[in-house]
Design a protein around this ligand. Structure first.
Ligand SMILES: Cc1cc2nc3c(=O)[nH]c(=O)nc-3n(C[C@H](O)[C@H](O)[C@H](O)COP(=O)(O)OP(=O)(O)OC[C@H]3O[C@@H](n4cnc5c(N)ncnc54)[C@H](O)[C@@H]3O)c2cc1C
Length: 295
């Protein structure tokens, strides 16, 4: 069998990783858990590489910590850790729930959040949760590091805006919860399935009495890139959560989303039908989780 690569590098720091990107034989691809990349290389969906740059020992990418009023999650943190880390459970429940549903335990032990995002699939569970949680991503190159809103990382299905031979995803930053906000992630999946969902949904909201003070809604796959239902958010922001406002938001969501048919998972029509129930369920749970301070 022809080897899938001929140079394998395992840098320990971000500076070493970026330097290796400059000097290693090309083509090169960053490798994290390999649960997407190795299959793609083996099955010809990814162009051949000479160098694999394993980022799982890069110190900056394996941190998971509070930084001021933000939660920092390194790109190379395995999703299994995100299902049980107390900070993540307390402040990013939608992410915990999404990560717990990714594949089975063996895959979750090695699959990373950065790999989930960098693969750029519109229904990737971790990505959809991060989008609703208002995450920003740290992107590094030899020119320096920059923070970008998560949405700017995606160009199309499976196409990320990262330069594969010059840029690395270092980590994600999410605002910590403040007391009257909460999040939820739910998905619809074939019972026997272990890969991507038929449909998923994440909601983060701030509740003030009977009103939705602020809200973010993410759904996958509902466009060529991970989708924020911004028009539905507009219908609910500053409004009481009633049958009428939820109905208006649902209508706005259906008008903005661009569902597609995927041969092995679901038709666009089926997704349009399902999303109504999935959205209502996820919204209701997030609403009930958000404590309402006394007025
Ligand atoms: C059986 C099975 C079931 C699955 N089920 C699900 C599921 O239910 N839900 C779901 O969302 N996904 C699922 N997946 C997909 C996959 O496990 C996830 O997307 C996983 O999070 C990918 O992470 P990884 O670390 O394995 O990425 P890798 O495969 O190592 O990399 C993926 C891509 O990201 C790039 N990359 C990785 N890290 C970086 C970085 N730090 N900077 C820049 N680029 C980087 C790589 O070059 C590659 O292009 C499943 C996969 C398998 C095999």
């Amino acid at each position: 069998m022809t080897p899938l690569w001929d140079t394998y590098l395992r840098p320990k720091t971000l500076a070493e990783a970026l330097q290796a990107m400059l000097t290693a034989p090309k083509p090169l691809a960053p490798l994290a858990g390999g649960t997407d990349l190795l299959l793609d290389l083996q099955q010809g969906r990814h162009p051949p590489v000479r160098t694999l740059l394993d980022v799982t020992s890069v110190a900056e990418m394996t941190r998971l910590e509070r930084r001021g009023d933000q939660l920092y999650i390194g790109a190379a943190v395995p999703v299994a850790r995100l299902t049980r880390d107390p900070l993540v459970v307390a402040h990013a429940r939608a992410l915990t729930e999404a990560c717990a549903l990714i594949a089975g335990p063996q895959v979750r032990n090695v699959a990373t959040l950065g790999g989930n995002v960098a693969h750029a699939l519109p229904a990737a569970d971790g990505t959809i949760a991060l989008l609703a949680l208002g995450a920003e991503a740290e992107v590094a190159s030899l020119e320096g590091s920059r923070w970008v809103p998560l949405r700017e990382l995606f160009l199309g299905p499976g196409r990320s805006a990262l330069h594969p031979e010059r840029e690395l995803l270092v980590g994600f930053s999410l605002p910590l919860l403040e007391g009257n906000d909460a999040s939820c992630f739910r998905r619809v999946m074939r019972p026997q399935g272990v890969a991507l969902p038929i449909l998923n949904c994440a909601v983060w909201l701030v509740r003030r009495g009977d009103e939705v003070d602020d809200i973010r809604i993410a759904i996958g796959p509902a466009d060529a890139v991970p989708f924020r239902a911004t028009q539905a958010e507009e219908c609910l922001r500053g409004q009481p959560l009633t049958d009428t406002t939820v109905q208006q938001a649902t209508q706005a969501l259906l008008e903005q989303a661009r569902f597609r048919t995927s041969p092995r998972r679901a038709s666009a029509d089926y997704r349009r039908h399902l999303v109504i129930f999935l959205f209502h369920d996820t919204l209701r749970i997030a609403w009930e989780r958000a404590t309402s301070p006394p007025s």
